[in-house]
Design a protein around this ligand. Sequence first.
Ligand SMILES: NC(=O)c1ccc[n+]([C@@H]2O[C@H](COP(=O)([O-])OP(=O)(O)OC[C@H]3O[C@@H](n4cnc5c(N)ncnc54)[C@H](OP(=O)(O)O)[C@@H]3O)[C@@H](O)[C@H]2O)c1
Length: 329
Amino acid sequence: MRAIVHEKKSGLEGLNYREIEEPNMEDYQVKVSIKYVGLNRRDLAVTTRHDPKDGPLIIGSDASGVIQEVGTKVQKWNVGDEVIIHPGTGWDENSDAPPEGFQITGFPDHGTFSDYMVVNENDLSKKPKHLSLEEASVLALAGLTAYRALFTRGSLKAEDTVMLPGIGSGVLTFMLKYAKSVGSRVVVTSRHQHKLEQAKELGADIAIATESDWNEELKNENVDLLIESVGKATFNKSLGIIRKGGTIVTFGATTEDIVEIDIRKFFYGQFNLLGSTMGSNEELAEMISFIETHNIKPELDRTYDASNFQDAINYFKDSDQFGKIAIKM
Ligand SMILES: NC(=O)c1ccc[n+]([C@@H]2O[C@H](COP(=O)([O-])OP(=O)(O)OC[C@H]3O[C@@H](n4cnc5c(N)ncnc54)[C@H](OP(=O)(O)O)[C@@H]3O)[C@@H](O)[C@H]2O)c1
């Protein structure tokens, strides 16, 4: 089979699309013929975390496909079922944080960017009926992260105003759709005018430039909840715009991780700062049911062929996209 593997050199230069041996299957496993995979920022990051000396690694956390073969002990699945691969394993029920042993698909074990993948029968979900295989391939990791950060951690309510800085993000485009589905008011920012316009088309109530003076632009708004994933470039602006007693949920740091904050301003403001990461299988099932109920589709910017995977990576690396990027295997 063919796969996108990381090997030989640290970083993106170590990625190759090449023939690799097919995985073996156990009795309790299923073999999925992967049709499309979804790109996540983590796929770029693992190329510096994976040591090429450990041998080739198939990268990737997201995929959709069709079951090709089922092991003799498999109860739940049949050949021909359309499925999505779970982006994480070892976190079944909702809890404050992932349990010991939780692992994100694609590092340190092989991931999804291959023609076939063998997984345990509980590490799959049925493809939502209203999505194509292409759309479903970009759903799980970002859609789940958005669901937990917005609802489980952020406790978003219909009467809230939520702010999403850097709306080009795959995860945040899900959040925009989720928040509008429950009737919340949504403020977004972007560095690009065309992304602000796209966000407005998806229902954003207010769309402002990331580099603008947020306090001036939003002087008539009360931001109850802000979802911060840009990191150093926006974190202090984010802290300065939420209402007293408001909440920031952070799940990413696309720019830098280390941020200096004014503690006194923070405690006088009675602010809440919460971390969030991915989600449990229980939340994944809730998220799928939520998007089916509200007929939500991922915001798919474009799809590349696996043979052009380098173009996909370059486009994504510079954050040019609005939403998600898929690769056809
Ligand atoms: N903890 C988790 O479970 C988890 C899960 C998924 C993702 N993440 C992390 O969360 C972050 C977002 O993920 P994603 O895949 O949705 O990201 P993404 O699609 O790459 O989007 C990141 C967005 O950040 C904005 N941005 C980038 N550089 C910026 C800068 N210098 N100044 C201001 N804004 C900037 C851009 O928005 P505009 O172009 O609109 O300005 C861009 O679209 C990443 O850091 C990712 O690693 C964490």
